[in-house]
Write a protein that binds this ligand. Structure first.
Ligand code: AGP
Length: 603
């Protein structure tokens, strides 16, 4: 969602701020702004729409400033307008904010009654006005930040600059925020994502909640002070080197990040297999060798929830352990039945999804251990977990999650194999290598999927179906298509069609039917039901089947042989390509689909 970048140092802050915001564009936003401290004045430039609009304004004005903050906003309170864009500022402070101030309405009324004026409809401006009020009373910046922060409720991250110094202040509650420094170049940074600081800040600080970070730059270097809200010094932060590479910001030979990320899957499959079976990851999995619990509570959102559904099958079928999988935004409010010695397993690419984090916190309150399958090392989910199972997918830029799904499922599968004590089974490595090869073959020959896309992309609606282990893949296929192609798509268990959705079937509807080798005949009967009602049918099933060829309007034959439990991942890559090509033909913004954000940090 929103992106934050702040800079203080000897150079023009505009460069690193705009570069950082560009790197965070993939997260989704609808307006952008920057505030620069120039000659002890805070100058704000804001524009609705793409970052390019702000860049043009900057190009025109050519500002120079040693200290500044920038923001890309994904609207929550107030319409998408330049006034509502961040930073919000006055002649004392400027503020950028990610998150939601839940008591903003009440506070705004109180502040207005006291005579304070507001220029925007945002909740964020309430923080600016509180800060100003407390500063006018105390003349103490740190104290004013602490008081303002203690007055608001909800999860938020703030960065603040003031007109009198070049300091950067920031703090947060359950929202991503990092501080960075480069002692050689004497530069200080703040961001909502370390990715924005790659190549700028070799060292990253991860403050815990409710810690005020104050960064100041002098000829002696960068000094970062951390304070508790009572303004005593704090050591509640972690330091890490920023090991990411700038290459990840590059699409390389591909037209879209999504396509690049689909193509990265074969090598990532081999890497994760080597990591968890033979290399450093092995000791992490050995910790759960023969592990048993009476119930796993898997929670996640969107694609990660679908990964959870596949992992549940592994835990139940391979380990015969009970696993419940719930959508995080439901689990957190349902007063779930959680017993001692059960385990919470949270799945997330970003590790910053607000609802998933709330479930982790709920499980912590109920006293059970928290395990995480997560991509971003150092994310909030990662830091709050008792055990982490990193998926090592690298940065995923496409808003539509592809490689993260594959690696979440594989990590869950390897956990399951560790629990059954079969990690050293030589067939396991062979099976994973086979998956990588089959996915490579799909990548090399995605033209045949494109040809199917060309035949169906103008259709009105799509129903994805599958049975058993392919049911979660039907859900994921439909989600991918709707999010990037803006077309109505639903995923169903094939046997469920006749209980309602079959009423939708006519010649304008396409059934994308995954017909796996298991329950083959039964799944075919479901396809027949669609055909009988003049629906168009794309069958994805075992290759060289005359029956499937005859049954379908379009047939994608795949080689399932030897993939066993991993075949859903193989089929899913075919569906990723199908969605990609349909979206491409429809001309949508594939990497940054409308209304979506990469990391959903508000509930
Ligand atoms: C997937 O394509 C999505 N854009 C979305 O559903 C995503 O998987 C979900 O928001 C969860 O994100 P997370 O993995 O970062 O927690």
């Amino acid at each position: 969602m929103c992106g934050i970048v702040g800079y203080s140092g000897p150079n023009n802050s505009v460069g690193p701020i705009i570069e950082g915001l560009s790197r965070l564009e993939y997260r989704g936003y609808d307006s952008a702004g920057i505030c620069l401290k120039i000659n002890n004045e805070l100058q704000i430039l804001k524009k609705e729409g793409k970052l390019d609009n702000l860049k043009s304004l900057i190009q025109e004005k050519k500002p120079f400033s040693h200290t500044g903050i920038g923001h890309t906003r994904w609207a929550t309170h107030g319409a998408v307008t330049a006034d509502n864009a961040h930073p919000h500022g006055n002649d004392l402070f400027a503020v950028v904010h990610n998150g939601i101030i839940e008591n903003a309405g009440v506070l705004k009324k109180e502040l207005q009654a006291e005579g304070f004026e507001f220029k925007s409809q945002t909740d964020s401006e309430v923080f600016l006005v509180l800060l100003t009020k407390f500063y006018l009373e105390t003349k103490n910046v740190l104290l004013s930040i602490s008081k303002s922060f203690s007055t608001i409720t909800g999860n938020s991250a703030f960065v603040i600059i003031e007109k009198n110094t070049d300091k950067l202040y920031c703090l947060k509650r359950s929202a991503p925020l990092v501080v960075g420094d480069n002692q050689q170049t004497r530069e200080a940074f703040v961001s909502s994502d370390p990715f924005a600081l790659v190549g700028f800040a070799p060292r990253i600080y991860f403050p815990e909640d409710s810690i005020i970070c104050e960064s100041s730059v002098s000829e002696n270097g960068v000094k970062i002070n951390f304070y508790e809200l009572d303004l005593t010094p704090s050591d509640r932060y972690k330091i890490q080197s920023n090991a990411m590479s700038v290459d990840t910001t590059n699409k390389g030979i591909y037209e879209h990040f999504m396509l690049k990320e689909i193509h990265e899957q074969p090598s990532l499959i081999e890497k994760i297999a080597a990591y968890y079976i033979k290399n450093e990851g092995r000791k992490i999995l050995d910790q759960i060798k023969n592990f048993k619990t009476s119930c796993w509570h898997l929670t996640a959102c969107g694609t990660a929830w679908h990964a959870g559904l596949v992992i549940k099958n592994y835990f139940e079928q391979i380990n015969r352990q009970r696993a419940s999988v719930e959508i995080a935004s439901e689990f957190r409010y349902k007063n779930p039945i959680i017993n001692e010695n059960e385990i919470g397993l949270f799945i997330s690419q970003s590790g910053e999804t607000a609802d998933t984090l709330a479930c982790q916190e709920l499980c912590r309150e109920k006293g059970i251990s928290s395990f995480a399958i997560v991509n971003v090392e150092g994310s909030t989910l990662f830091r709050n977990a008792d055990k982490n199972f990193l998926i090592h997918a690298g940065v995923e830029i496409g808003v539509a999650s592809t490689k993260a799904f594959t690696l979440q499922v594989l990590t869950g599968y390897l956990m399951s194999r560790a629990m059954s004590g079969t990690l050293d089974d030589p067939n396991l490595f062979v099976e994973l290598k086979l998956l990588s090869n089959r996915v490579s073959e799909l990548c090399a020959d995605s033209e045949k999927i494109k040809k199917i896309a060309e035949k169906i992309y103008t259709q009105k609606g799509f129903i994805f179906t599958g049975r058993g282990k392919y049911f979660p893949i039907a859900l994921e296929g439909a989600l991918k298509l709707k999010e990037i192609a803006y077309v109505h798509a639903e995923g169903y268990a094939a046997g469920e069609l006749k209980h309602g959705p079959i009423a939708l079937i006519d010649e304008e509807i396409v059934n994308i039917a995954v017909v796996g080798p298991e329950l083959f005949e039964k799944t075919i009967s479901n396809v027949e039901e669609v055909k009988a009602r003049r629906g168009k049918v794309v069958v994805i099933g075992p290759e060289k089947s005359e029956e499937l060829e005859h049954l379908s309007d379009f047939y994608l034959g795949l080689n399932f042989h030897g993939l066993n439990d991993l075949s859903p991942l193989y089929v899913n890559v075919a569906l990723q390509f199908l969605s990609y090509h349909i979206a491409y033909l429809k001309g949508t913004d594939i990497d940054k689909p409308r209304n979506l954000a990469k990391s959903v940090t508000v509930e």
